[in-house]
Design a protein around this ligand. Structure first.
Ligand code: GLU
Length: 476
């Protein structure tokens, strides 16, 4: 029997999209209008360095402009290509719709190995790429707002924001042209941790629903659950850190570029992160077993598997061997459409990327709003809130003294209650609320419709429906 062919990332997104629209009743033509990528701009530019002119290729794809600006990260990686950027842009459209971030979908990428250049060279390359996009309004606070993605972070975002402001000196909203900036350059508290934090909130919400826990063949809470994380970059690190330090989960293995380390008693994630930064890989990390073929650990026994790096790491050749009953896609597209089918047939529950990693764009939304309103969240209310809480505490203490009832407020309660929320608390609260609401929108469709086999199809249904309604409202 001929073996089925492994779909590409782009094909995977299209297959998953098609599976969902087959269950919908969209007017003729609207399905195609939503599916196709509206435009992709390719740029090739030269930068003079090391005694020659080096030519780089970059992309910015705009998938859907049913809402503007369009939103999505810029990735710096050698494997970047047009198909990948377009698939990622499509995912951004659905992701934003699902979590109600008021944007269309976009994505950018530059073919480059960022580790091959020093800081000064990276700055020149990033600014030059940004220049090409800015002059075509492919970076613009009201039209297209990038953010960090693989290979980029707040440093690159600060360069892009500065480049935009140099080219648009009278735009008072210039800082809102990009999100994920450093806090001291117009960023927001909690953006760096946001995607990993969102993964934690997604799992916390999953574990609030007994029927969903049961569907995965699990029981109990996050406490004591064995977790395997693939990729200890920004997303994987924060997810692993929060789950192990705040929810009692045990990270039993971490898979990285140079192999994997495991320890059934749980790894110390912060120590491991420090080790990777110092030694360039996981090999040699004390108190752990090293395995050079890291991908083997994707198949190891655990309760929750978190692929948090590249797309396509779970494919048709290894899917049948993956034993995790619950997978949460912290990366974009880590499971191919072929693997998805194999896993579903085995009863594995997959919390899909479109929802699971939406914490990043959610906090990007908060940052953009902060930039447009030119004021930090909580600045007006915090002390007033504290004063009102102080009034209650004073009153309670007065009553207890006057009535000679023998009780006092515990100091811990007082400290917690008296502290008004700062920006970080507000960002986390907004993110938690978003992740809870989106989970229930998606999970209700999964639970209530017999023709919806999994959370991914449910997520696509909710997202496509929102995009379709927005096109309908526009009279398209
Ligand atoms: N690159 C992130 C993602 O894939 C964040 C996008 C954004 O914040 O605009 O969701």
């Amino acid at each position: 029997m001929a073996r089925a062919k492994e779909p590409t990332f782009r094909e995977s997104v299209d297959i998953m999209f098609a599976r969902a629209v087959a269950l919908m009743d969209l007017p003729p033509g609207l399905e195609e209008k939503i599916r196709v990528c509206n435009a992709t701009y390719t740029v090739r530019f030269g930068v003079r360095m090391r005694g020659e002119i080096k030519t780089f290729t970059g992309y910015r794809a705009v998938h859907s402009e049913h809402m503007e600006p369009v939103k999505g990260g810029i990735r710096f990686a050698l494997g970047v290509n047009q198909d990948e950027v377009e698939a990622l842009a499509a995912l951004m459209t659905y992701k934003c719709a699902l979590v109600e971030a008021p944007y269309g979908g976009s994505k950018g990428g530059l073919c480059i190995d960022p580790r091959a250049y020093d800081d000064e060279e990276m700055e020149r390359i990033t600014r030059r790429f940004a220049y090409e996009l800015i002059k075509r309004d492919l970076i613009n606070p009201s039209q297209n707002v990038p953010a960090p993605d693989m290979g980029t972070g707040e440093r690159e975002m600060a360069w892009i924001a500065d480049q935009y402001q140099r080219m648009n000196t009278t735009d008072i909203n210039g800082n809102a042209c990009v999100t994920g900036k450093p806090v001291n350059a117009g960023g927001i508290q909690g953006r760096t941790e946001a995607t990993g934090r969102g993964v934690q909130y997604a799992l916390q919400e999953f574990f609030r629903h007994p029927q969903d826990i049961k569907a995965a063949g699990l029981s109990g809470t996050l406490d004591g659950k064995r977790v395997i994380v693939q990729g200890l970059g920004n997303v994987g690190y924060h997810a692993a850190h929060f789950l192990s330090t705040e929810d009692g989960a045990k990270v039993t293995a971490v898979i990285e570029r140079d192999g994997a380390v495991s320890n059934d008693a749980g790894l110390d994630i912060d120590a491991l992160r420090g080790w990777i930064i110092e030694n360039g890989g996981v090999k040699g990390f004390p108190d752990a077993t090293y395995e050079a073929d890291g991908s083997k650990l994707l198949e190891a026994e655990c309760d929750i598997l978190i692929p948090a790096a590249l797309e396509g790491v779970i494919h048709m050749d290894n899917a049948a061997k993956v034993s995790a009953p619950l997978i949460i896609e912290a990366a974009n597209g880590p499971i191919t459409a072929g693997a998805d089918e194999i896993l579903r047939a085995k009863g594995c529950v997959i919390i899909p990327d479109m929802y699971a990693n939406a914490g990043g764009v959610t906090v990007s939304y908060f940052e953009w709003v902060k930039n447009l309103s030119h004021i930090r969240f909580g600045r007006m209310q915090r002390r007033q809130e504290e004063n009102r809480h102080q009034l209650i505490v004073d009153e309670l203490e007065r009553i207890s003294t006057d009535s000679s009832i023998n009780w006092t407020l515990s100091p811990d309660f007082k400290t917690k209650y008296l502290r008004g929320a700062g920006e970080l608390e507000l960002v986390r609260s907004g993110l938690d609320d978003t992740m809870r609401a989106a989970y229930n929108d998606m999970a209700n469709v999964w639970r209530n419709r017999d023709d919806v086999p999994d959370l991914r199809t449910a997520a696509y249904l909710v997202a496509i429906d929102k995009v379709a309604n927005s096109y309908r409202a526009k009279g398209l």
